[in-house]
Design a protein around this ligand. Sequence first.
Ligand code: AMP
Ligand code: GLY
Length: 418
Amino acid sequence: MVVGGGAREHALAWKIAQSPKVRESYIAPGNAGTATIAHNLNLRPIDVEALGKASQDIGIDLAVVGPEIPLASGIVDYFERLGMPVFGPTKAATQIESSKVFAKKLMQKYAIPCPEGITFFSYSEARKYLESQKLPIVIKADGLAAGKGVTVADSKEEALKALSATMESKIFGSAGDSVVIEECLTGKEVSLLAFTDGKTVIPMVPACDYKRAFDNDQGPNTGGMGSYSPPAFFDAKLTKQVTETIIKPAVKAMAEEGMPYKGVLYAGLMVTTEGPKVLEFNARFGDPETQVILPRLKTDLVDILLAIIDNRLSKVNIEWSNDACVGVVMASAGYPGSYETGLPIKGLDNLDKEILVFHAGTRQGGNSQIYTDGGRVLTVTAIGETMIEARAKVYQNLSHIHFDGCHYRKDIAAREVN
Ligand code: AMP
Ligand code: GLY
């Protein structure tokens, strides 16, 4: 059973369904795309107890959690108490994502490369400190804020406004009870995710995501408008360096702190002139990175997940294809602001057969027509021997898909081919 209903979860369900070990699969709640490969369960990822009960009733042999919110509310601890095999970190271990203050303290204590930063629990002290700092500067709400809790401020006004909104007006609720204020790094951003059973660490292939809504990184931040793998600048040497100096030390640190980390550890990195540094950790698969990473995974994902649950990841050999993979998100007009839903999606049956369409906000109508049902609607993904080929394929096929007002970025992976 996969928990979640986005394109990341569709990609997980797609890969899991390929395993010869899997007889039947479920997804809660899933979407119109997942309904073709798994049984959609009408349960919300946050309804941890209902998910536990459904898993017991069905007799689920493996649960895989996509989003951060159920992890942060303790779904893994709960399933473990029920004796249900579950893939993901415990509530305590999820703090590496759910608290920026926790993550910063951990990195500082264990000398894991990250931007210089200070934590504040008081608005007035944070404000005083901000006044004395150079620009640009970065302000991060401590808790989960649906990807909106970070401000990279170019002016003092912007910085003070973000601080006040977070700590005084509490626009993110208690997630803004404390903040981390940190130096702004420059360089190239990349995501390196790794599998870990708490001891063994095996990195995945690196990927880059695009957070801004429009081409050339313009417009508001979104949940992700596309991604690709691999970025040419992030070679095997850098993967090894980040694994040895960042991911392994973080996993070891979590064990030393009494909260062993199992699952996927996602390092959001800035590769600076001083080397790679951690912008954030996530306690899960990335979205939309997963949609371009899993198509490159040659090994049975279920074997990896079960090995992690059983603490025997060191026995598993994980193989990746050398292909390039590009994923482009098609979004509703207005996203990431307000948008309409219920619009028919046309052209999905008019694609090259090797194109992967991972659904997010979609719903099946009574007449086998698929309708939009969210802000991010689809991640359209193509694999190629080269990035040029993958990119050309994905954009060729995208042009066949249509719903009213749909928008997508035209520059995903463009920097790799120019
Ligand atoms: P996060 O939610 O922590 O990944 O932050 C969102 C985005 O803000 C990152 O993807 C970066 O583009 C940017 N960011 C976060 N921290 C920093 C930093 N210290 N310096 C520069 N950019 C940052
Ligand atoms: N791609 C960013 C995230 O999954 O948080």
